[in-house]
Design a protein around this ligand. Structure first.
Ligand code: 87F
Length: 498
């Protein structure tokens, strides 16, 4: 403080989290999303406010994904939030198991609606009557639509911000093709985009795979997904899904077309989605005891610049250097922000921005000013490095790239260490008790999966199949199923899951 009247400066760094990630994971998570200013709790259970800090991450992923699907000639649209009961319940298989989660509007003001109206839990039934109307001939195909929207699923199991909330944001893609081959190809193209969101943006390793008959979307033909893993809880988490719906919905909604030869055919359809759950997985994987840890590619603030004035030193010079540093970085496309507030101490600011997970902190003090340098401190590993202001931009960019890569590498090392290959039921039970993600040879029979669920039931929740990886390791002739002893057909990941 440059002499004169003393201002009240907040110094206390008693800002840390009260829970440790390894000791109390659930409490740590709830605390970190709030203290990191991503989430505010709301007075309706299972609903959360997404503050700018998390919305900014969602927007970065939106920009990427939206541009990629536009390259695939998929067009954005918007369908209504409300569904009539007759339409919603048209596809019986589809809605069967989900019915308890559908929320209904029954009143306007004080009077009852004549017919209750549902709020979309997903939009198959909202959109497909119009697919039927818009598709007549082969020239109307493919029809490729996407919408960015909210959906509501009135879940009863314990709500968790981002991971399981009653309202969430997502994109849902719905496409229709003349042939199964085209549909099959798109399923995998979209799955690859989901892999890139996780691995290139959120720095989280995922496994691309196919769901079992039990775990697939019941209304569809087959389901693919990207699966992530949370080592702390030993739970798998479905990161995003890309379904081939086959012709089930086409049959139900009469989505027919006439081909070149004048023959009638039914369309082949896909649907695919990723949601704000992505953000929760990111917090769980990278966060630490100091708070959030954001990968640079999704952080709204990549670099925070903090002045470190000292009693006798040239405070104005330091503030000017900070402002200039921010300006230089912004001009170079680096998301930088200066924290020049004079009512907080540098130490307070350090913990504040660490809590929010900003990837890189730049400190400028009297010594730095003298030497025309800045001090860089990495959020991911705490390492410090002085860099000259002459090639600030270049070096900051290198640092941010390194942080992005290190986060992915560290997460992959942890994930890989959590994977256990097993051959027998005993090995499976042991691995499950050790919170592993289990890769096991399986006979691919539904009865056997039911049996696995039954035999692993307990307060932690039953184990289920997560996916059969698209990239299958070699399965030697004569390999037995870990659970039934019958001949194994494929390698499948198993575990508890969110
Ligand atoms: C909850 C209530 C009613 C999931 C539900 O995955 C219906 C449903 O259909 C429901 N929860 N689902 C499955 C959603 C399938 C599919 N929809 C389009 C996707 C991707 C996007």
């Amino acid at each position: 403080m440059g002499g004169g009247k003393k201002k009240e400066v907040k110094k206390e760094t008693g800002l840390g989290l009260s829970f440790k990630k390894d000791a109390n994971f659930g409490e740590w998570y709830s605390e970190v999303v709030v203290r990191g200013e991503m989430i505010e709790y709301y007075d309706i259970s299972g609903c959360y406010i997404l503050r700018p800090w998390s919305m900014g991450i969602w927007e970065v992923m939106q920009v990427f994904f939206d541009a990629e699907i536009k390259k695939m000639k998929i067009k954005n649209c918007y369908f209504p939030l409300f569904v009539s009961s007759s339409v919603l319940e048209k596809e019986k298989d589809h809605i069967e198991g989900f019915a308890p989660e559908v929320a209904w509007v029954t009143k306007s003001g004080k009077s009852d609606l004549e017919i209750p109206i549902a709020i979309r839990p997903t939009s198959e039934t909202v959109m497909y009557p119009y697919f039927s109307k818009w598709i007549r001939g082969h020239r109307d195909l493919p029809l490729k639509l996407n919408q960015w929207c909210n959906v509501v699923r009135w879940e009863f199991s314990n709500p968790t911000p981002f991971i399981r909330s009653r309202e969430f944001l997502w994109q849902e893609g719905h496409t229709a093709f003349a042939t199964k081959e085209e549909a099959d190809e798109e399923v995998l193209q979209v799955l690859e985009l989901y892999r890139r969101i996780y691995e290139e943006f959120l720095a989280i390793p995922v496994i691309k795979g196919k769901k079992s008959e039990m775990e697939k979307f019941a209304g569809g033909l087959y389901t693919t997904s990207v699966e992530a893993f949370i080592p702390n809880t030993g739970r798998g988490v479905q990161g995003a899904t890309s379904h081939c719906l086959g012709q089930n919905f086409a049959k139900m909604f009469e989505i027919n077309f006439e081909n070149e030869k004048g023959e009638k055919g039914m369309v082949w359809q896909n649907s695919w989605a990723y949601s704000t759950r992505t953000i929760g997985v990111m917090v769980m994987v990278h966060g630490d005891d100091k708070g959030l840890v954001l990968p640079p590619k999704v952080a709204s603030v990549q670099v925070v610049v903090v002045p470190v004035p000292f009693k006798t030193a040239d405070t104005q010079g330091i503030l000017d250097a900070c402002a200039a540093t921010v300006e230089t970085l912004l001009e170079a496309g680096v998301h930088a922000e200066g924290d020049l507030r004079d009512n907080y101490s540098p130490g307070w600011k350090y913990s504040h921005w660490e809590m929010k997970g900003v990837p890189l902190r730049i400190e400028i003090g009297p010594k730095d000013l003298e030497k025309n340098q800045v001090r860089c401190v990495r959020r991911d590993n705490g390492s410090k490095q002085d860099i000259t202001r002459d090639n600030l931009v270049e070096q900051v960019k290198v640092l941010l790239d390194n942080i992005q890569q290190s986060l992915f590498d560290a997460a992959k090392v942890k994930r890989d260490a959590s994977v256990q290959v097993v051959k027998t039921w005993d090995e499976f039970k042991d691995a499950l008790a050790q919170k592993k993600m289990i890769l096991a040879p399986w006979c691919d029979e539904e009865e056997v999966e039911k049996d696995v669920k039954e035999r692993t039931r307990g307060e932690m929740g039953a184990a289920k199949s997560l996916c059969s990886p698209l990239e299958q390791p070699e399965l030697p002739e004569g390999t037995k199923c870990f659970a039934s002893g019958k001949p194994a057909k494929k390698w499948t990941y198993w575990g508890r899951s969110y």
